[in-house]
Design a protein around this ligand. Structure first.
Ligand SMILES: Cc1cc2nc3c(=O)[nH]c(=O)nc-3n(C[C@H](O)[C@H](O)[C@H](O)COP(=O)(O)O)c2cc1C
Length: 230
């Protein structure tokens, strides 16, 4: 299993610790090849909002973005690892990643290899649902087949400051989740993704009719108007 991991915390703290327990158990479950991206180092520039990616053109930050996108497409599984930050749910570096890969959603430039992928979201901090939800929603908009998650409400700034019993409890949960994730088979697409596909199809057909419009041409060429691709 090829796994591409994105670490969203600017420090190697709680989320990194939790994610490495998860990855350790994945590696024990069977053969894995793990590629890790540490943010913001792996993507130290902001999305400029130029919208070139929405027209299938090269991103001005492609030096950083192309290896990331290639690693996403090439992977069987994606792991998003991020703490919860109360202000807007996740660290800016993680949000910046999603700004750069936003074009992979069905409404812009869907990629058929996304439709067979599974993904796992690991968060730490008290408000884990608020962090998991936007990432899950994004992945479903890309047509990713399976999105699992584990939010650890740990109420501490350092993993090692937790009582031993809690550390053991969370480690067990992470290892169990990793084994389940490793063995998880392809499932039926999410209803959310299916509804999103039909909404997008309706909008693209209405709004982007005419040659030269990338989403329309792209969908037409790939046959997405005729048949749901996942
Ligand atoms: C800017 C910032 C905002 C945070 N906001 C919250 C919050 O609203 N609720 C919460 O429970 N923890 C919050 N935390 C704490 C982190 O979510 C928590 O300590 C997390 O485990 C840190 O992960 P890390 O060690 O991987 O960086 C915040 C931390 C930072 C740095």
């Amino acid at each position: 299993m090829k796994v591409t991991v994105f670490h969203g915390s600017p420090r190697k703290g709680n989320t990194y610790t939790a994610t490495h327990i998860f990855l350790d158990e994945l590696a024990k479950s069977g053969p894995v090849i793990i590629t890790e991206f540490f943010l913001p180092e792996a993507l130290p520039v902001y999305c400029t909002g130029c919208t070139l990616c929405f027209q299938n053109k090269k991103c001005p930050n492609s030096l950083y973005v192309t290896p990331i996108v290639n690693a996403i497409i090439d992977a069987d599984a994606l792991v998003f690892s991020t703490p919860h930050y109360g202000a807007c749910s996740m660290p800016a570096a993680m949000k910046n990643l999603f700004d750069h890969i936003d074009f992979l959603v069905l409404s812009v430039s869907p990629h058929e290899k996304m439709f067979t992928k599974k993904a796992f979201i690991i968060t730490t901090g008290a408000g884990t649902t608020a962090t998991i939800q936007p990432i899950r929603s994004y992945l479903m908009q890309c047509g990713v087949n399976r999105v699992d998650s584990l939010g650890i409400r740990m109420f501490t700034d350092l993993w090692c400051n937790m009582p031993d019993a809690r550390q053991i409890k969370y480690e067990k949960r992470l290892r169990k989740a990793a084994r389940t994730f490793y063995n998880a088979k392809r499932k039926r697409p999410y209803i959310f993704s299916i509804i999103f596909y039909y909404v997008v199809r309706f909008i693209i057909m209405k709004r982007y009719i005419g040659a030269g419009n990338f989403p329309y041409d792209n969908w037409k060429e790939k046959g997405y108007f005729d048949k749901r691709p996942f």
